[in-house]
Design a protein around this ligand. Structure first.
Ligand SMILES: C[S@@+](CC[C@H](N)C(=O)[O-])C[C@H]1O[C@@H](n2cnc3c(N)ncnc32)[C@H](O)[C@@H]1O
Length: 158
């Protein structure tokens, strides 16, 4: 839906949606393509099976990159910060990004202050890292740490 909405909101955008589509989730490439057709954006939205740990794109390819609640799911990589770097690798210098994940869960990203220093060391031209709770209204039950309570957003410009 993220890829489809992006294409709907930016009528000049060509969007590539990547997922591993493993058997742990009921999502599939076919359902994504069906959603794109239903929204009449199938000519500008392409879905491709790929691994967030090793994206099959050259560095500096895209004007923008977004990711939603995927990095923590990647089993093959213990250092989830490396997945943020891999997503940033494919963004052009000056391109923009927004990533949502459990950035405030030490189990995945270590101490929040250490992770923020890690991001600072990437020398991005601009970035913010914020808890999702401060950015949007989240119903009380969904603020539970195991649901969205430790989720944050990193966004900025490479
Ligand atoms: C919580 S879902 C989020 C899906 C989608 N981004 C969304 O916002 O609806 C996590 C997704 O991560 C995908 N995933 C797991 N490991 C992956 C990997 N190594 N590379 C790419 N996607 C992966 C799963 O297939 C699943 O679709």
């Amino acid at each position: 839906m993220l890829a489809v909405k992006l294409a709907q909101q930016h009528c000049e955008a060509e969007v590539v949606g990547i997922d591993y589509w493993g058997k742990d989730w009921e999502y599939s490439k076919e359902v994504c393509e069906k959603n794109a057709r239903a929204a009449k954006v199938e000519s500008r939205v392409h879905f491709q099976k790929g691994d967030a740990a090793a994206l099959e794109f050259a560095s500096n390819t895209f004007d923008a990159a977004i990711s939603n609640l995927t990095f923590h799911e990647v089993q093959s990589v213990a250092d989830k910060g490396a997945l943020v770097c891999e997503a940033l690798r494919v963004v052009k210098p000056g391109g923009i990004f927004a990533f949502v994940d459990y950035f405030y869960d030490a189990k995945y990203y270590g101490k929040a202050s250490d992770f923020e220093n890690y991001l600072r060391d990437l020398k991005l031209s601009q970035f913010e890292c914020k808890p999702l709770q401060g950015m949007m209204a989240i119903p009380l039950l969904l603020r539970h740490p195991k649901i969205l309570g430790r989720v944050g957003m990193i966004y900025g410009k490479k």
